[in-house]
Write a protein that binds this ligand. Structure first.
Ligand code: SAM
Length: 280
């Protein structure tokens, strides 16, 4: 039985190919690549020559089972995409699932991924985050997704293509509010790397005035935590009085009102006791 290796490749800086990634490419029996023209440049840089097969979004239904057959027959395959970590908003997810279903071991080599590069440099909270990949392009699905994300308290990370950046910033500002902090991470690991920090409304204005160029990751602060509304004790006491006027004993009146107003039974009872001279 062979093994499927997931080999991350640089997202802009060739120096980011790790020794282990290079060794894995060198020792695999064949490479499955998203675009062989892109991968051949990397192999030339590493001084490697390898048999390659194409594995991308549009041929994965046929290419996946063919790769699986070779793995089951004992060959090792290194899966690469054009840049970054396979299976992260890139082909690979289905192949990994296919291998998992068929008992083929999968080994993921750690390495470049635009998501982690952007998040770690964003300056926004990193302890809890949600990766959304690309937002849907279909209007209805996009609106539904944005609505679902508006109240999300964890940091959001999105990928976006330059020609969609303006619309996406505008939609995000509408859905999440123009004041929401954002880090727009552009051309990471490349010569013109830029991490722009500001509010969504400002980002929208900036890229409306300036043509978006290069590759972008958006890291957006989560929604502010819902302020806890303190229970309305005065209204709860008023309710206790009304229930008392209907003939309920104080304890029962306090219990009922406490449940309605989200107050502890005992607390409301004691408050009411202080006011109620006819307490039983
Ligand atoms: N699998 C890749 C990874 O691990 O990052 C992501 C592939 S996805 C098809 C391509 C998207 O990743 C781009 O549209 C952009 O949002 C983001 N991206 C890739 N390289 C980038 C870079 N150098 N700077 C900023 N964003 C980048």
């Amino acid at each position: 039985m062979g093994k499927l290796y997931l080999v991350p490749t640089p997202i802009g800086n060739l120096g980011d190919i790790s020794p282990r990634a290079a060794e894995t490419l060198a020792s695999a029996d064949f490479i499955a690549a998203e675009d062989t023209r892109v991968t051949v440049k990397l192999l030339n840089h590493l001084g490697l020559k390898k048999p390659m097969v194409i594995y991308h979004r549009h041929n994965c239904d046929a290419a996946g089972p063919a790769i699986l057959d070779r793995l089951l027959a004992g060959e090792d395959c290194a899966l690469v995409t054009d840049a970054g970590t396979p299976a992260i908003s890139d082909p690979g997810e289905d192949l990994v699932a296919l291998c998992a279903r068929n008992g083929v071991p999968v080994e993921s080599i750690p390495g470049p991924c635009a998501l982690t590069v952007a998040l770690s440099a964003s300056g926004l909270p990193t302890a809890r985050f949600v990766f959304e990949g690309f937002l849907p392009t279909n209007k209805k699905n996009r609106r539904a997704r944005l609505e679902a994300l508006a109240g999300e308290e964890r940091t959001l990370v999105l990928y976006e293509a330059p020609h969609r950046l303006r619309d996406t910033l505008a939609d995000l500002a509408d859905a999440l509010g123009g004041d929401r902090p954002v880090s727009v991470c552009r051309e990471l690991t490349k010569l013109h790397e830029e991490i722009w920090r500001g509010a969504l409304g400002e980002a929208k204005a900036r890229w409306a005035a300036q043509e978006p160029r290069g590759e972008f990751v958006l890291v957006i602060a989560g929604a502010p935590r819902g302020e806890e509304v303190p229970p309305d004790e005065a209204a709860a006491l008023q309710s206790v009085e009304e229930l008392r006027a209907q003939g309920l004993p104080l304890k029962e009146a306090a219990a009922r009102a406490a449940a309605c107003f989200g107050i502890k039974k005992r607390r409301l009872y004691e408050l009411a006791l202080g006011k109620d001279e006819t307490a039983d």
